[in-house]
Design a protein around this ligand. Structure first.
Ligand code: ADP
Ligand code: MG
Length: 696
């Protein structure tokens, strides 16, 4: 059997393979392209392509594809085979530098928000050499960016790379002020913890709602849910354990650093955490992880559910985006230092994040907005829809004393100045962490916890990188012009703490009183996706993204429209699926149960005229009243859907879906779920929550 280290990355055209297979000069040229973004010479590209193809063919690959991340949120690929006629009725395996670097998928049906008029429907893909090529299903996958012919980004990778560039530019300016001339590149790093559910494949196949919408649209609460919290970190059941081992192996082959796995709070819920890496690669890897999770589940007779809220009344699934900033000299800029000089630098970067999060709460909120995630955020679980930051009591105290110029502890001087004092190292202790905070400092990184499990992490990281880049930009400009660096730095840090401390909240974010407190502090509370999305194109946001060249205005308007449209489409599909299930499955099931009850009562009466039929009559009248009500609620939902046709413009339409359609859906569900508790189990048309959650 091959060892794990032999297996790890065996399907990746990584640095080791490149070093072994490329001529020295080519390897060096490619490295330059990868690290400093230098354009690749076509002659070099040809050599790389041939080496890549030879390697891939040896691993059994027959096809190649430009792998990209359109605005649909999933990855896309179009496969071409390597074969090419040799003019002698034979074929040879070929792959050119041109094919490596540029592709033209017929991509007219990917969402573009009006960016690509159909007459120039083609977009093109370009190789992103900062992310390694890999083999999946006998296909060489080349990570690429996807753009329109006029150069607008049609994908999630392009703006992510641009935002990393923006942060690099500004962080380098700041580091220069601290005399860090050895640093030539700053990148952000991410480790994305991924939550998911596993259910039995056969049961899944019996639920139209899961199949069409990824979540259950109906389902009464089982007698036992997550009340006992006995699932959390509990022992893995054999079937789950076999799945996880297989999943790890598949991910390792693809070079994904899958590290920890455990059960989550909800029954049938689990989590996978990778070791962090560069944001761009973390994003590719998370997309791959989600894909492999589903594929491997299928082999085990399971279905992996990545929806943010598959089951009402049971915790939903999120994704924790652990984020930090790292230099090419290996320094984590969010790690408190061991000298006063390092600490001043740490504090400056910390302040940049505090300022960024406070000034751009709207963008962080928008970056995690989706129909699915609306069921979590602000719905008494996961973090609320209000963005705030957890720093922990120790760091908060330090900031307070800096702001007031008072002593943090007796060892400190009365007049505390930045950089004079050595900050304590923050223990990376999991026990006292605030799990309710949407944005928590965890010792040497921030954990952004509002992401939905189904998300591409690109969007939230585009925002994070850009808003922090902007804060650093302002800091650099101020400090570069300062007469005395240390004095200016002190002023700046103090001012930031004073101006932005309202965003720091170390208490319980689920508590109802926090909503009021947050309002007093003037923090934003954008409750739903429909309310949040329009703010993406607020003037301040247009100015921010264009200034840092992350998005053009056109790209922003188009993205906003794509997101709003997709929100409406999701709700529309859910509503139609509900109507279908009620009319074709639930009503017939209830009727056949009622019919049996009726005939039974009639027969009973005939055989035993003296016996009362109280229970039958009572149950029948309840069922009859509820089915009437159910029927009326389908009319209401039908009418709500018709009303959507009257709405003009995406903003109105998405608000309409939120207010009218969604409300009608909830009312319909309530009645159906009550019926489920009254109808005999063998009559009910689809597997119950109990079956779904406790069968694996
Ligand atoms: P916990 O499991 O308690 O949330 P861990 O320290 O195990 O915390 O880390 C969780 C995630 O954070 C992992 O995916 C890890 O790789 C990632 N992580 C750790 N350090 C960094 C960093 N400097 N930048 C980005 N992610 C990081
Ligand atoms: Mg975590």
């Amino acid at each position: 059997m091959e060892t794990i280290s032999e297996m790890f990355g065996c399907m990746v055209f990584n640095d080791n393979v490149m070093k072994a297979r490329l001529p020295k000069e080519t390897y060096r040229a490619l490295r330059r392209t990868m690290t400093i973004g230098k354009r690749l010479d076509p002659a070099v590209a040809n050599i790389v392509a041939t080496a890549m193809k030879d390697w891939a063919v040896e691993q059994g690959a027959t096809h190649f594809t430009h792998w990209f991340q359109p605005m649909t949120g999933v990855t896309a690929e179009k496969h071409d085979s390597f074969i090419s006629p040799d003019g002698d009725s034979n074929v040879i395996m070929e792959f050119s530098g041109k094919e490596l670097i540029k592709g033209e998928p017929d991509a007219s049906s990917f969402p573009s928000g009006g960016l690509r008029s159909t007459f120039e429907a083609r977009g093109y893909t370009t190789w992103d050499p900062t992310s390694y090529a890999f083999i999946k299903d006998r296909t060489l996958c080349i990570p690429t960016a996807f753009c329109s012919y006029s150069g607008e980004a049609l994908d999630k990778k392009t703006p992510l790379l641009r935002s990393m560039e923006a942060l690099n530019r500004q962080a380098l300016r700041v580091l220069k002020l601290f005399g860090r001339d050895d640093v030539t590149r700053v990148t952000t790093t991410v480790g994305a913890e991924q939550e998911y559910f596993l259910v039995d494949k056969e049961l899944y196949a019996k639920r139209k709602d899961l199949i069409f919408t990824g979540r259950t649209l109906f389902g009464a609460k089982p007698p036992k849910g997550q009340d006992l919290e006995d699932h959390y970190f509990g022992a893995l059941r054999p079937r789950v354990s076999a799945y996880m081992q297989d999943l790890d192996a598949e991910l390792w082959k693809l070079g994904v650093l899958a590290k920890t796995k455990h059960n989550e709070v909800a029954p049938a819920q689990h989590e996978l955490a990778p070791i962090f890496t560069t944001t761009n690669i973390a994003c590719d890897h998370n997309q791959l992880t989600m894909e492999v999770m589903k594929k491997v589940a299928d082999r085990h007779g399971l279905t992996c559910i990545l929806h943010e809220k598959p089951f009402a009344g049971v915790n939903g699934s999120g994704k924790h985006n652990n984020w930090s900033i790292c230099t090419d000299t290996g320094i984590n800029l969010l790690e408190p230092g061991s000298s006063p000089h390092d600490n001043a630098q740490f504090l400056l970067f910390l302040c940049a994040v505090i300022k960024a999060v406070d000034e751009h709460q709207d963008l962080l909120r928008i970056s995690v907005a989706s129909a699915g995630n609306d069921h979590r955020l602000g719905a008494n679980e996961a973090p609320p829809a209000i963005v705030s930051m957890f720093l922990g009591s120790e760091l908060t105290e330090i900031l307070k004393s800096i702001e007031n110029g008072t002593a943090y502890d007796e060892k400190a001087r009365t007049e505390l100045r930045v950089g004079v004092h050595v900050l304590p190292r923050f223990p990376q202790d999991t026990t006292d962490r605030n799990r309710t905070s949407p944005f928590a400092f965890t010792g040497n990184k921030f954990e952004f916890r509002m992401l939905g499990s189904n998300f591409s992490i690109a969007g939230p990281n585009i925002v994070l990188n850009t808003i922090v880049a902007d804060a650093l930009d302002q800091y650099a400009t101020e400090l570069e012009g300062a007469e005395d660096f240390t004095t200016a730095l002190n002023v700046l840090i103090r001012r930031t703490i004073g101006d932005h401390k309202r965003i720091i909240f170390n208490g319980n974010n689920y508590d109802a009183s926090w909503v009021e407190e947050a309002e007093r502090r003037g923090l934003l509370n954008l409750k739903s996706t429909a309310e949040a999305l329009p703010h993406f194109v607020d003037p301040k946001n247009l100015a921010l993204f264009t200034k840092h060249k992350v998005f053009t205005e056109t790209e922003m308007y188009s993205r906003c429209e794509i997101l709003q449209e997709s929100y409406c489409k999701v709700l529309n599909i859910e509503a139609l699926t509900m109507l279908d299930i009620v009319k074709k499955e639930i009503m017939p099931a209830v009727f056949s149960y009622m019919k049996d009850l009726c005939s039974m009562a009639v027969e009973k009466r005939a055989a035993f005229p003296d016996f009362p039929c109280e229970s039958e009559t009572a149950l029948l009248s309840k069922l009859s009243a509820l089915t009437d009500c159910l029927y009326k609620k389908t009319d209401v939902l039908d009418a709500a859907l018709l009303g959507a046709k009257e709405c003009c413009g995406m903003q109105k339409l998405s608000m309409y879906y939120r207010e009218s359609v969604f409300t009608a859906m909830q009312e319909l569900r309530a009645v159906a779920d009550e019926l489920e508790t009254l109808v005999g189990e063998k009559y009910w048309p689809y597997p119950t929550y109990e079956a779904l959650l406790f069968s694996v």
